[in-house]
Design a binder for this molecule. Sequence first.
Ligand code: G1P
Length: 311
Amino acid sequence: MGIKDIGLVIQPQQEEIFHEHLYAYAEKKNLRLHYIPQHEQKGIAHAVAQAEDFLGSDSFVLLLGDNLIDDSLQKLKDSFQQTSAHGTVLVTKVSKPQDYGIADIKDNMIVRVEEKPVKPKSNLAVIGAYIFKSSIFNAIHSITPSARGEYEITDAIQWMIDHQYDINYVKTTKPTFDVGTIDRWLKANQWMLKQHGSSTDAEFLDEKPNNNVIIPPVVIGDNCTIEDSVIGPYVSIEANTIIKKSIVRNSIILKGCHIENMPYEITDSILGERTKLFGKYMNDNTIQVVFGDESKFFLSSDKESKDKGSE
Ligand code: G1P
């Protein structure tokens, strides 16, 4: 799209993670990355406000970091440039409109947006790609926090509409995922692995058979040790992880985890960085756990408790 400068609004302590994952890519593509700290997490509009000095009076693309969109944004850019709209948003049909900002449309324009409506007027969700003129900052500085305590980008868009700044939209029918819940993150992982999984599998199988059964698609990061285990399908394992004598299916295992001798199959699970799961100390009555903030742990596969967990 001709964009060379990318501002990443992040919690200050996350800079290292982004640097590690993006620096080489940005260099190769000749992109300049600018880290913009957001010291308090007060919503998307608040995040955009942190970038005001960086953006100046330029129009800009806003992408939500937890949205995966399998479509080019060229149509969004074209539509924005061909009209006098102050904002163009990407929309898509969703099955659970209560989870999204929902658009009410008329004559190619958005006439109303509502954040996570209890009674949605449509199933057209505003998904995480937007283009705005700098006039959006008038809106951002005027809105107040929502019921969930956030400065909502939806409220900023509604402020624009109410003050006669046109907002139009482009519809995508390609896959999109908001990975903001466990279930949706796992679904996005499945989808990504279906698209890109195979090459890493073959490489891994050749190099480290180690008495494993690997059921593709699976992605295994650098410097992992996997022995006597069944992995897959739909498992993503980040670097420096050790898995021994365990079964892992449909899961996301972040960096530096260690899973050993697990008597239960690990399925539909997400393990944060450096999580340790050791089965060998277990007997019938006790487990020892060290979980990070907001961890969830299900011994049963019963549907009701899982659904609760994914909220
Ligand atoms: C945010 C926006 C919402 C949008 C969604 C897309 O919701 O507030 O309008 O539809 O992203 O993923 P959140 O992820 O903050 O709940």
